[in-house]
Design a protein around this ligand. Sequence first.
Ligand code: E4P
Length: 217
Amino acid sequence: MKFFVDTADVDAIAELNELGMVDGVTTNPSLIMKSGRDIREVTKQICDMIDGPVSAETVALESEGMIAEGRELAAIADNIAIKVPLTWDGLKACRVLSGEGRMVNVTLCFSANQALLAAKAGATFISPFIGRLDDLNIDGMDLIGDIRTIYDNYGFETQILAASIRTANHMKEAALIGADVATAPPAVIQAMANHALTDKGLDAFLKDWEKTGQKIL
Ligand code: E4P
């Protein structure tokens, strides 16, 4: 499973990238707002830092506007994936932009039918939002499983990008179900390394080592 980092925080991206944990980056208007930076400037910096796709989101509501914004965002760098919302207009924009050979990430997906439409429209990525479904007491992972089944049934090449990931457990479940990509905040990726038994075991080893009176260096 590929890891995308869901942030516009360049320092956090750089730290994870050094460990080989970054296959791509996703941003959205809220994350750009949180960064406090200009969208072109920060997106360009991110695109220069990593080899993989960097999603930058359009904000127009009608397809013509999305297409124009998408072309503008794609001009920032070759590795831009244009993010459009899963609306009828978003699907139209997806069709046109993907027809031009551009990567398109169709976002704000909350149903298997929406994902089916996005694949038909030529999306490179479909972004089902796990956490926001969980917030409504709907199991977001069931959606990932349904989309996996549908895409596999018909050989759709659209990649399932599990989004709105909130916990390390979401990462494990997305990987088990077969999501192609998961995008998560840096803290969630770091939390995947945590285990209470690792900490306890390390503590015991260090106490015993101290008793030996030895040194490695
Ligand atoms: C993905 O592309 C979105 O930017 C993101 O995963 C949304 O996550 P949230 O629901 O935690 O805001």
